[in-house]
Design a protein around this ligand. Structure first.
Ligand code: 7TS
Length: 407
């Protein structure tokens, strides 16, 4: 993988911010988009914008082919059995909420348990808190090891025959840790529970095979994987989706509508009420083509190297604490002694370096780390060692700026 050539495919990266070349290290929040994805969406609106699944006119047929073709690309990308198992949603949050609102509310009662971890993103915590509230089920947490990893022994101890749902993130957006979701799914299944995986930070960065993982549901967002915002995916095993009730009702998702009763379309359309996210799905399909051309294994290896390089360079600066395990994906979360992460991010921004600061939608994890917030640099396929150097040099300037408060 020639990263300089990859960079050239991302028009946004070729600019100055605050008089300095842009160093974009916030891809865990949202990734940048290659020209071919931007062009694909532009082409849809210019040439064949039309509604889908209705009527026979030519543009409508092109739009339907584009939309359903994107579904097939998603299926192949995550190696699902059938396109019936691929539901387009607004993103990871909507996908997890769909499982919680439909499967969760219909299958849980006061005797049952939901098991998650303290490292989850809020969008994999609050939907389960709501299910627990409305069904009377108990929400339980798998404890974390000191370095933020999950020990399977703790999974075995927390998941019981009362557990109906286990929901865990594949890759942490804060620690960068890669969780053993395949092994956790085995424990869930042994106890009769379903396994939900939050794949927001994994699908963009590594090859994912939902059948090999044997998860029951898998959620991810297009905007973190070079695709547009406003679209994401819920994968679900057909055997579950078939039995589940839709959560949104109206046009598109119906078969027959009477005055008092209606029936639903077959999978996957019964979960896609209203005019679907046509341009978004077509853009996501193009992003998948792009990622396949680069190769997911190359992307993972590239980010892994950058993260290791960043960690080794950060170790050169006194007073910088990096959170999370040594083995990780391309996320490096850190704090600088007494300097608030928002101040760190502000000084870095003045140097053209974009990082995120805050709680990263993971307040329980912040509490577990015993901090109120952190700064985070996250890498993607277009980042280089020079980006890491620019980031570390800017951090050294931050240290100088804050003088003896820091270090
Ligand atoms: N799950 C994980 C693990 C995430 O990292 C995010 C977004 C979501 C779910 C929600 O995705 P959405 O597309 O539905 O919003 N994470 C981040 C982040 O780390 N910084 O900004 C957004």
């Amino acid at each position: 993988m020639n990263v300089q050539e990859v960079r050239k495919m991302f028009p946004i990266l070729d600019q100055q911010v605050n008089g300095k070349p842009l160093v974009y290290l916030d891809s865990a929040a949202t990734s940048q988009k290659p020209k071919q994805v931007i062009d694909k969406i532009d082409d849809y609106y210019r040439r064949y914008n039309s509604n889908v699944h209705r009527g026979v006119h030519t543009l409508g047929t092109y739009a339907t082919d584009g939309y359903e073709g994107a579904r097939e690309k998603v299926r192949a990308f995550i190696k699902a059995k059938s396109t019936e198992e691929i539901i387009f949603t607004r993103g990871t949050t909507t996908a997890i909420n769909l499982v919680a609102s439909s499967y969760g509310r219909d299958n849980l009662g006061p005797e049952d348990e939901i098991v998650i971890t303290p490292m989850e993103h809020h969008s994999n915590i609050i939907p389960w808190q709501q299910v627990a509230r409305t069904t009377g089920a108990t929400l339980k947490y798998i404890p974390l090891q000191k370095d933020g990893t999950i020990d399977l022994k703790d999974v075995e101890e927390t998941v019981t025959d009362k557990t109906k749902i286990v929901s865990v993130m594949h890759v942490s957006n804060v620690l960068g840790s890669i969780n053993p979701v395949k092994e956790i799914a085995k424990v869930a299944h042994k106890n009769g529970a379903v396994m939900v995986v939050d794949g927001a930070q994994s699908v963009p960065h590594m090859s994912v095979d939902v059948q090999d993982l044997d998860c029951d549901f898998y959620a991810f967002s297009s905007h973190k994987m070079c695709g547009p915002t406003g679209v994401g995916v819920l994968y679900g095993k057909k055997e579950h989706l078939e039995k589940m009730e839709p959560v949104e009702f109206g046009g598109e998702m119906i078969d027959f509508v009477g005055l008092y009763e209606s029936t639903w379309k077959e999978l996957p359309w019964k979960f896609e009420g209203g005019t679907p996210i046509i341009a978004g799905a077509i853009g996501l399909g193009e992003a998948i083509d792009f990622l396949n051309e680069i190769g997911m294994d190359n992307i993972l290896e590239h980010e892994h190297k950058l993260a290791q390089y960043a960690i080794s360079r950060l170790a050169e600066i006194d007073g910088v604490e990096v959170y999370g395990p040594k083995e990780r994906a391309g996320v490096v979360t850190f704090n600088c002694d007494d300097v608030h992460p928002h101040d760190v991010a502000t000084v870095l921004d003045a140097e053209g370096v974009a990082v995120r600061a805050g709680h990263h939608c993971a307040q329980p994890l912040m509490k577990w780390l015993d901090v109120t917030a952190t700064a985070r640099a996250s890498f993607y396929l277009y980042n280089t060692e020079e980006d890491v150097d620019a980031f570390v040099n800017a951090l050294i300037k931050t240290k100088e700026y804050f003088g003896d408060v820091f270090g």
